[in-house]
Write a protein that binds this ligand. Structure first.
Ligand code: CU
Length: 170
């Protein structure tokens, strides 16, 4: 599983942004070879509002917790993919990456990799995600056109922690 740029995710707490930019490069040397964002004027670091980050954490760690949650993965913009039925939660019962941050205007495609699942907005989600009832070999797309937090789950497997989140910024 690739986790593009996840070390670039910065907490949006005022001074932490500047300090983080200067000091967070330790351990992230692998990103240096990718020159594709060179013309982007420095917008490759996505700033996650602290309130959004805590909403994601509260949702994914609430019992039954998503056992594959270990932070929010920066996915950038355009078109990105989340696997459905990845390993986790005691079987193929996970979304991967389980929590992502994207820029407004991004289309997220959920791609089924194993099992019988769906994507359904949780109570309080800012986005009305709904792939329909659980199926196999499905895919589902949603374009996020405004900032907010989408929280979602799989109907048959929410009881083992099959939950996910999308933070949309800017
Ligand atoms: Cu499921």
């Amino acid at each position: 599983m690739k986790r593009p740029g996840r070390r670039r995710v910065l907490a949006a707490t005022g001074a932490a942004l500047a300090a983080g930019l200067a000091g967070c490069s330790g351990g992230d040397g692998g990103d240096g070879g990718d020159g594709t964002d060179g013309g982007d004027g420095g917008s490759s670091d996505i700033e996650i509002p602290a309130e959004a980050e805590s909403r994601v954490e509260d949702y994914l760690t609430a019992d039954p917790a998503a056992d594959n949650y270990d932070g929010i993965t920066a996915m950038g913009s355009g078109s990105v993919t989340v696997d459905v039925g990845a390993r986790g939660n005691g079987g193929n019962f996970a979304y991967a990456p389980v929590a992502i941050v994207v820029e407004s205007g991004t289309t997220v495609e959920w791609d089924w990799v194993a099992g019988n699942h769906n994507v359904l907005a949780a109570e309080g989600s800012d986005f009305d995600l709904d792939s329909g009832s659980a199926r196999r070999d499905d895919s589902y797309e949603f374009t996020f056109d405004s900032a907010g937090v989408g929280t979602y789950y799989c109907t048959p497997h929410q009881s083992v922690g099959m939950k996910g989140a999308v933070v949309v910024v800017g």
